[in-house]
Design a protein around this ligand. Structure first.
Ligand SMILES: Nc1ncnc2c1ncn2[C@@H]1O[C@H](COP(=O)(O)OP(=O)(O)O)[C@@H](O)[C@H]1O
Ligand SMILES: [Mg+2]
Length: 286
């Protein structure tokens, strides 16, 4: 069954404002990690804000566990965890004090110290958060999202700007959450995260979902298998890419390997990042 069913969702910031979401539909099944992907300004955060009841004046319908989101009271917040881009903590409280404070807002309570241990913060629990590094703050922010033992997790760009070690810790925590039966909606513009985590993805651009499928199906649909050849040309290293299909009859390829000094040959498939650019015409990092 779908945990969230979003149908023809629209949202406008202010009466004269811009229509940030222009009629999107998708569903998130139980146990899935659903990735909402798109360039900056596409409407990813707006969608998450609607789904976390921060923006109530939306059009269309958002069903959570089969019931319209608007009809839920505080029980909704008992069942969800939220990790949004910029961590907000009390800098003059310790990590543990921060977590105790936020946990008091909930009825359902997870054990805090094992969570701190999982993100590698147990030893720093009695340090003031003001002395934490950015990576530590972001890891603490993730713990905060889990304080009430949620069954659904909203994550908005949680690995953004993290070094690989910190990013890996968070990705492992996300997979761990899923493996214990949790469901996740995550937004990101980092395709590596998506390849590692997502069961289903939707590409959003200018408030419209332009494609949605599993990463595997997207690769089958848009991807081509290719061969990259690096070779020496007048003392410079050059690279050319050929389609794997028909390689043995590809005159340009055959000529290259017969006449140049080859440094490397790699076969591979189109990355989700390439596919994203192909579908949207946008560069994610632009
Ligand atoms: N509080 C706001 N008031 C007015 N416009 C906003 C507000 N927040 C976001 N927008 C606009 O809505 C669009 C979608 O923004 P957002 O959902 O933050 O995109 P994303 O998270 O994909 O980068 C953008 O054009 C943005 O400028
Ligand atoms: Mg955003």
């Amino acid at each position: 069954m779908a945990v969230f069913e979003v149908k023809n969702l629209k949202y406008q910031y202010g009466k004269q404002g811009k229509e940030a979401i222009r009629g999107i539909s998708f569903s998130i099944k139980e146990g899935q990690i659903f990735g909402l992907l798109g360039p900056s300004g596409a409407g990813k955060s707006t969608t998450q804000k609607i789904m976390t009841k921060l923006l109530p004046s939306y059009q269309g319908s958002v069903l959570y566990q089969g019931k319209e989101l608007r009809t839920y009271g505080s029980e909704f917040f008992e069942s969800i965890g939220v990790g949004f881009e910029l961590p907000v903590h009390f800098l003059k409280l310790t990590g543990l004090e921060n977590m105790k404070f936020f946990q008091n807002l909930y009825q359902s309570k997870a054990a805090i110290e094992p969570l701190l241990e999982k993100v590698g913060l147990l030893e720093d629990k009695d340090k003031l958060v003001g002395e934490y590094s950015k990576g530590m703050k972001m890891r603490l922010n993730f713990v905060r999202a889990l304080l009430n033992n949620p069954s659904f997790l909203f994550l908005d760009e949680v690995t953004n700007g993290l070094d690989p070690t910190n990013a890996r810790i968070l990705k492992d925590m996300i997979l761990d959450f899923k493996n214990k039966g949790g469901t996740v909606l995550l937004t990101t513009h980092l395709m590596g995260d998506v390849e590692a985590l997502c069961d289903q993805v939707a590409f959003i651009k200018e408030g419209i979902i332009i494609e949605s499928d599993t990463p595997r199906n997207l690769k089958l649909k848009y991807g081509v298998r290719k061969v990259d050849v690096e070779y020496q040309n007048k003392k410079a290293l050059k690279k050319e890419t050929f389609e794997l299909e028909g390689l043995g009859q590809n005159a340009a390829f055959l000529n290259l390997i017969q006449t140049k000094t080859i440094e490397t040959i790699h076969s591979g498939e189109t990355s989700l990042e390439d596919i994203f650019i192909q579908i949207t015409g946008d560069d994610l990092h632009a």
